[in-house]
Design a protein around this ligand. Structure first.
Ligand code: GLY
Length: 253
């Protein structure tokens, strides 16, 4: 169960966020509105939400998940692979100090973004991507192991971040898209396939038994509801335009 989340408000520079989506630039005002509803959804799921102020010089800084990995036992600062995002890490440190007695950081020898890291109980799958390399992933695994946690790397060919294509819904259920459907590392799980025309919905979020899904993906919504979960849709159009999903918008712990 999670009790808290940390989010960061979008900044006006969000219009310049990194993107491969080809959906146009986000509308700042609408992004703020959608972000507020996202916070409300987290609160509806019982989380106490800490809202950090916008960082005007960092277009992607509302995607706070990428700059830290939070667990029950430790907080790890990452080292983003995207050059324009490296400076975001310093700004998350103070916020984490309010909740963790210490934080650990990976070195700048490698890089990692926690959008590539999926928690399944005490195990952490770390996707190797353009944003996360083997050196960064191994440093994270080393820190996790000091705290009685484990990690493993996942080779990927297509995905921006691991969680672009897969979400763990607890109870052995994975919502998955594309290469994850046949990936040997996930053979032990029940994989619920997200169809190609709804692939954005593969990034959904288990929060204390409720699944948050992006609004507008009816087949995925139905598939998740058929598994017996409570669901809550959140409009995400402005974040989708810059490759950001539901998980990217918060740190949950
Ligand atoms: N625009 C989100 C990212 O690429 O990190």
């Amino acid at each position: 169960m999670f009790t808290r989340a940390i989010v960061r408000k979008p900044c006006e520079a969000i219009v310049n966020g990194l993107t491969t989506a080809n959906l146009g630039a986000p509308d700042y005002a609408l992004a703020c509105e959608q972000h507020q509803d996202y916070v409300t959804a987290l609160q509806e799921c019982g989380l106490q939400v800490t809202e950090l102020p916008a960082l005007k010089d960092y277009p992607d800084s509302c995607f706070v998940e990428d700059v830290a990995l939070l667990t029950q036992h430790c907080a790890i600062l990452t080292h983003p692979g995207a050059l324009s995002r490296k400076g975001e890490v310093a700004y998350i440190t103070a916020a984490l100090n309010a909740f963790y007695s210490s934080t650990q950081a990976i070195s700048d020898k490698g890089h990692a973004e926690a959008g590539d890291i999926m928690m399944v109980g005490s195990h952490f799958y770390i996707g190797l991507s353009e944003r996360t390399n083997l050196i960064g992933a191994n440093e994270i695994i080393r820190i996790l192991s000091k705290h009685g946690l484990s990690g493993s790397t996942v080779k990927m060919k297509e995905l921006l971040h691991l969680k672009t294509g897969v979400s763990y819904l607890e109870n052995n259920n994975l919502l998955a898209y594309g290469e994850i459907m046949s990936h040997p590392d996930f053979a032990e799980y029940r994989r619920i396939e997200v169809h190609e025309d709804e692939q954005y919905a593969a990034n959904s979020l288990w929060i204390n038994g409720t699944i948050l899904l992006p609004k507008g993906f009816p087949n995925t919504l139905k598939a998740v509801q058929q598994l017996g979960y409570e669901t809550r849709e959140v409009a995400m159009s402005e974040f989708q335009k810059i490759d950001g999903g539901l998980s990217c918008l918060s740190l949950r712990f």
